[in-house]
Design a protein around this ligand. Structure first.
Ligand SMILES: N[C@@H](CCC(=O)N[C@@H](CS)C(=O)NCC(=O)O)C(=O)O
Length: 222
């Protein structure tokens, strides 16, 4: 399929994130990639961040630049990219399901963040291990349980959250992949067995060729 080229160079979407893969940026590039929308992707090396932080509207990444304007916050950017890519929904109730999946991703990220911060920024592994244990005990199963219930209730075909492939599926897949991939200390892939609907969803997504053939998918999973 041909790339959809926007008329004006300024209208080309530019995505900016750090020099590692993470769901916040990956859901944007997966959405655009899925619909063959051209975009630029700029990766800021971690060590340069201190000098660049003040250039961005909320001092955080991801950021998107379109028409020379900078925009931030994952949910807002995801919605924009999904609308561009026809992966959002015009039905207001279906869009509420999609929005809840995006908010779930933010919530669970905020819950696990202190244990990541302790290891990465403070280099305090003991503190990180303790915080991770607390996260697993209090939040991991509870928050995956919430997503499992949302999926069970919302999806009739038990393949996609809104029965039609959308940014909700991309987001849920990407966050499950993060927790399942074994990169988070103390969290083993078999935690997903407690969530049979999500486990099946994840397995089907990992075989959904329109998705798995994307270069962005291959970059994330390689
Ligand atoms: N509210 C923001 C949060 C983004 C965020 O937490 N970004 C982190 C990286 S994942 C960041 O920029 N950290 C660097 C900093 O805060 O200085 C969003 O929804 O995108």
């Amino acid at each position: 399929m041909k790339k959809l080229l926007l008329k004006n160079k300024d209208q080309m979407i530019k995505l900016i994130y750090f020099d590692f893969n993470f769901w916040r940026i990956d859901i944007l590039r997966l959405s655009l990639g899925f619909s063959n929308i051209s975009y630029d992707y700029v990766r800021v090396p971690r060590e340069e961040w201190i000098n660049q932080k003040d250039n961005f509207p909320f001092g955080q990444l991801p950021v998107m630049i379109v028409n020379n304007n900078k925009y931030a916050h994952t949910h807002s950017l995801a919605k924009f990219c999904a609308i561009q890519a026809n992966l959002y929904d015009n039905d207001k109730f279906k869009s509420l399901i999609i929005d809840q999946v995006l908010d779930w991703a933010n919530e669970i990220t905020n819950k696990i963040a202190p244990s990541i911060r302790a290891a990465m920024r403070e280099k305090n592994i003991e503190k990180s291990n303790k915080l991770r244990k607390i996260f697993i005990k209090n939040d991991l199963f509870q928050w995956f349980g919430y997503l499992e219930k949302l999926f069970e209730k919302s999806s009739k075909n038990k393949q996609f959250f809104t029965d039609k492939f959308s940014i909700a599926d991309i987001t849920a897949w990407r966050v499950i992949y993060w927790f399942w991939s074994g990169t988070l200390d103390q969290i083993k892939p078999d935690f997903l067995e407690k969530f049979p609907f999500l486990q099946k969803f994840f397995q089907k997504m990992s075989k959904y060729e329109d998705f798995t053939k994307l270069k962005e998918y291959q970059d994330i999973t390689s």
